[in-house]
Design a protein around this ligand. Sequence first.
Ligand code: NAP
Ligand code: ZN
Ligand code: ZN
Length: 352
Amino acid sequence: MSKARGYAALKPAAPLVPFSFDRREPGDMDVRIEIAYCGICHSDLHQVRDEWSEGLFPMVPGHEIAGRVTQVGRKVRKFKVGDLAGVGCLVDSCRKCPSCRRGEEQFCDGPLSFTYNGTERDRKTPTYGGYSSHVVVDEAFALKVRAGQPLERVAPLLCAGITTYSPLKRHGAGKGRRVGVLGLGGLGHMAVKIAAAMGAEVTVLSGTASKKTDARRLGAHDFALTSDPKTAARMAGRLDLIVDTVSGPHDVNAALGMLGVGGTLALVGASPKPLEIGAFPLIARRRAVAGSLIGGIAQTQEMLDFCARNKVLADVEVIPASGINAAYERMLKSDVRYRFSIDLKTLPGEEC
Ligand code: NAP
Ligand code: ZN
Ligand code: ZN
């Protein structure tokens, strides 16, 4: 065992505080990664506040991990000491079920080991996430990060990047496709950059007027303010695909009205409260609503390689570990441009 330092919520909705815990020694197939940066995903906030289900506490959140390999097990082939590496939302799966065999480990029949708020394969040992000094993970669930990349800007790709890349790829976001991105936060800004890099014509659909200039800078071609009464008429039927990243209850029917015949709304936002969908916005133009959950390990690597090739990185505000609670509050006000990235060098020392 080695001592890890991190930040944890000790009970549901508690502010995060310094916390130390044990990590296993690397086994034959494991790599030990010194974490340089970890992004803050809105899912961290949902889980710390226990908005989804019964969370496991103490909880060390964080599934947008980027760092450097400091130790490798005897049988590790993919990594050597000194390599850059990332870890996303998954640290293991059954590896045998149809989904795992298809490379869609996120849909594993179970048990699935989430990076935090879950358990290891023994179904007992809690997993702890990336708001911490280091992580030990099977090489099969660690991703390769190209040398020289800025880790603070790569970290958010491990969740926000793959969660938007996957539905964009599945539902088509290439040349000639008109893609809307609903909610310009961490996921939304990655959706804009990735869809633009895929060749789509991108429209940001946001409730925050001041994000308009950013939308252009991020690569969007158009911006529509969702609270503007004129938006519904201007955008009616104009889009082929909408990636809906909104974190709370919102008007999905208004978004559906912006889709043309056969258009799809791909929902990735994980509102803790049910969303209301009217029959007519769907049946009137044969529209569809689809869900999407992160992405498998192979596709996550494909996304990292795509982003490296196309110079796609997250726009981040780097914060010290002591700033996590304040960052959560800002996130709740949609005040994030566009991902907080925690500098793990700022963790308190061994005494905590
Ligand atoms: P975020 O950075 O907080 O961004 C969410 C954005 O949605 C906000 O910036 C805001 O954008 C808009 N918004 C927030 N609350 C709203 C409301 N009540 N009504 C309308 N718009 C609202 O969050 P994130 O990290 O991108 O995560 C977004 C959601 O995706 C969360 O629910 C998260 O749990 C979920 N998620 C899902 C997956 C998956 O696999 N499906 C993976 C990661 C995260 P504007 O200011 O532009 O309106
Ligand atoms: Zn996430
Ligand atoms: Zn499985």
